[in-house]
Ligand binder design. Structure first.
Ligand code: KG4
Ligand code: ZN
Length: 336
């Protein structure tokens, strides 16, 4: 019997230090250490992120190996996020992975963070879940990216649409900041969006093709909140459910209009969603409804695989390993 393929995946592109162990494509552990230090600053502070990654990386990797019941000498390869992301944050994961691979004399696998978000759909963890079949359309919505990607194979992807300015997650977070909510505001907007989603009119950008823009929404939302507060100091407090619902619905409308257009233009039968914003409950529901209307099968991974995690990096590493696409031990981060 041949020995199993055991991949350690390491993620450090932004503000989560994460590691996971995958044995023959099956997830054995998935450890994530978040960073509360950014909350008070209203966004990720790169210098603080790097420092926190340095503190977390060894315990997080140790914990992932311990939970998986895997000795590091049993590892087949080490996968790490090469980019895109914050340079200082990426450096911590890159240096760690390089030294680990070198010390153990095993291959290094350089993973693209956005590919990893897509490959999260293929993580097997014992739960019944059918992965998407190729070709499918993937909507990647995170704090740093908003992409429509045509997935032809595990390592064969084509970007067909993207944001021209802010990412969808940024639009959530910046809107939340105006409302006085702490970073990251996306989940809090989701939680508070219990009001009327049409109470406040926000502009739909008029961009042809499959690209998107969120800067108009941001400006309009800012103005609504500022004018409201000028008239009434407790405006935000009173209107919070309606403000959150209106902001959320506008972002969802922008994204799903393009998903519908892309699906039709490319004759797609299956649509999947990944990235941190796919944790949004209204977006999940409305994508499913859209899929039903269009006759598509839709896929959204469990929440733990939507936000940044090591499992998706290990999964991408698994595909790279079997394609024998190994990285050089002198690999450097690719922030952009
Ligand atoms: O993928 P991710 O964990 O990190 C990046 O690669 O950016 O995504 C983080 C983003 C943040 O902007 C956060 O506010 C947003 O995902 N997010 C949400 C929700 N949960 C996380 N946005 C809206 N609703 C949510 N429930
Ligand atoms: Zn991400």
């Amino acid at each position: 019997m041949s020995s199993p393929t055991i991949i350690l995946g390491i993620e450090s592109s932004c503000d989560e230090t994460a590691a996971a162990v995958l044995v023959d494509g099956v997830l054995r552990s998935n450890v994530v250490a978040g960073q509360d230090v950014h909350q008070q600053w209203g966004g990720v502070v790169p210098e603080l992120a790097s420092r926190a990654h340095q503190e977390h990386i060894v315990p997080v990797v140790d914990e992932a190996l311990r939970i998986a019941g895997v000795d590091r000498r049993e590892l087949s390869a080490v996968a790490f996020t090469q980019g895109p992301g914050l340079i200082g944050a990426l450096l911590v994961g890159t240096c760690f992975a390089r030294s680990f691979a070198q010390a153990l004399d095993i291959p290094l696998l350089a993973v693209d963070h956005m590919q990893a978000h897509v490959l999260a759909h293929f993580i097997r963890d014992g739960e019944e879940r059918e992965p998407p079949s190729f070709p499918f359309l993937n909507l990647t919505v995170s704090g740093g990216h908003t992409l429509l990607v045509l997935i032809k194979g595990p390592l064969d992807m084509e970007i067909i649409g993207t944001t021209l300015d802010d990412a969808a997650g940024e639009a959530f977070d910046k809107g939340a900041k105006v409302l006085g909510l702490p970073y990251p505001g996306g989940p809090l907007v989701d939680k508070n969006a219990t009001g009327d989603p049409r109470r406040y009119k926000l502009p739909m950008p008029s961009i042809t093709g499959l690209d998107m823009s969120f800067s108009g929404v941001k400006t309009a939302f800012n103005n609504i909140v500022r004018h409201g507060m000028e008239k009434e100091p407790d405006f935000v407090e009173r209107e919070l459910p309606h403000l959150c619902a209106s902001l959320q619905q506008c972002i969802i409308d922008i994204v799903l209009r393009k998903v519908q257009k892309a699906g039709r233009a490319h004759g797609i039968r299956e649509v999947a969603m990944s990235g941190g914003v796919s944790a949004n409950s209204a977006l999940r529901r409305q994508l499913e409804e859209l899929g039903r209307r269009e006759g598509w099968k839709t896929h959204v991974p469990p929440l733990a695989y939507c936000t940044d995690n090591g499992a998706m990096v290990a999964m991408a590493g698994h595909f790279l390993f079997h394609a024998e696409r190994f990285a050089d031990l002198s690999s450097v981060p690719h922030p952009r």
